[in-house]
Design a protein around this ligand. Structure first.
Ligand SMILES: Nc1nc(=O)c2c([nH]1)NC[C@@H]1CN(c3ccc(C(=O)N[C@@H](CCC(=O)O)C(=O)O)cc3)C=[N+]21
Length: 293
């Protein structure tokens, strides 16, 4: 059984980004810059936002942090986004999800300039992905592809089962895998799928993105399959100094012995998500800087 270490893949990505960033600064005199907007004080969101900041700092990317209080109005948020859209020193804009319920996430995303939508959430980027045209691709599915490529795990002709149908992971993941060049046969399952186990057991590659801790058990996988665990769930654990531990959507301990390869949590897909965000920000900066010239 092979452990697909996201950390190792991310390090390679960061090496390339480091030299791209240095070359960019050399050429333009300013760094690729990411603006991160967080509304409210959700602890998990705060820790992700912190991770993104750290990545920017360690690469020498510019970083703008906007912490808005939970009562921020829709108009105030949209105004900030418009300011950042028009700020030539900002290349990527990310609004941390989920937003408090009084804010309309779809409207917020639609208002981010497509060229600065480094999350790949804007409908135009989502549409371009579906028709195989260039654009920003959601960081988590992009990270999964990088892991598969790094470990030379081909999807061609393979049955890939995606568990989960979110706009951010499940749908773009399925769409990427079925594209010409990837050539997977894709099945998407979700909470209403009947006889789920019968389907997941057919998977050569199983991608778990349902957000339920330890959902995928031993009886759901085929011997020798490849399992990609996208889940990041906090479960209470008083024995840990943070008071919780991270578990995936896969019951790793019992599933791993049956796999050809599997991603761990933490240290798997999660770290790739941030690496891909940096890669998208680099891409945004290059495209915007070229347009300015
Ligand atoms: N607009 C938006 N874009 C996002 O990309 C986005 C978001 N909203 N909302 C929340 C999710 C979640 N997410 C993660 C990023 C990194 C780790 C990560 O680095 N995880 C580490 C562990 C981190 C830890 O120890 O807490 C790991 O898996 O090894 C996890 C999760 C990005 N998200």
């Amino acid at each position: 059984m092979q452990i697909l270490t996201g950390k190792e893949v991310a390090e390679k990505v960061y090496e390339t980004l480091q030299s791209d960033c240095n070359a960019f600064v050399e050429k333009y005199g300013f760094p690729p810059t990411l603006a991160v907007i967080l509304v409210g004080t959700d602890p998990a969101s705060q820790s992700y936002v912190q991770g993104k900041k750290q990545a920017c700092l360690s690469l020498g990317f510019g970083h703008r942090d906007y912490h808005l209080d939970a009562e921020t109005s829709q108009d105030e948020l949209l105004e900030l986004i418009h300011t950042l859209n028009n700020d030539p020193s900002v290349h990527g804009i990310l609004v941390q999800m989920p937003l408090p319920p009084h804010l309309d996430a779809d409207l917020v995303i639609q208002n981010i300039k497509v060229e600065k939508d480094v999350d790949g959430f804007h409908p135009q980027n989502v549409g371009n992905l579906l028709i195989g045209k260039p654009g920003f691709i959601s960081c988590t599915p992009l990270g999964v592809l990088h892991i598969l490529d790094y470990y030379a795990l081909s999807c061609e002709g393979k049955h890939v089962v995606v568990l989960g149908r979110s706009n951010i992971v499940g749908k773009p993941m399925a769409s990427l895998l079925m594209q010409k060049g990837r050539d997977a046969t894709v099945t998407i399952c979700h909470s209403k799928t009947e006889e789920l186990e019968q389907i997941t057991k057919q998977a050569d590659i199983l991608i778990a993105a349902i957000g339920k801790p330890l959902f995928v058990t031993e009886s759901m996988v085929k011997e020798g399959c490849i399992v990609i665990d996208v889940g990041i769930n906090r479960v209470e654990d008083p024995s840990r100094k943070r008071g919780y531990r991270l578990v995936g959507d896969v019951d790793y301990e019992h599933v791993a012995p049956h796999c050809k390869a599997i991603t761990p949590v933490p240290g798997g897909v999660g770290v790739m998500t941030i690496a891909m965000l940096m890669k998208n920000t680099m891409q945004a900066a290059l495209q915007l800087a070229q347009k300015e010239m």
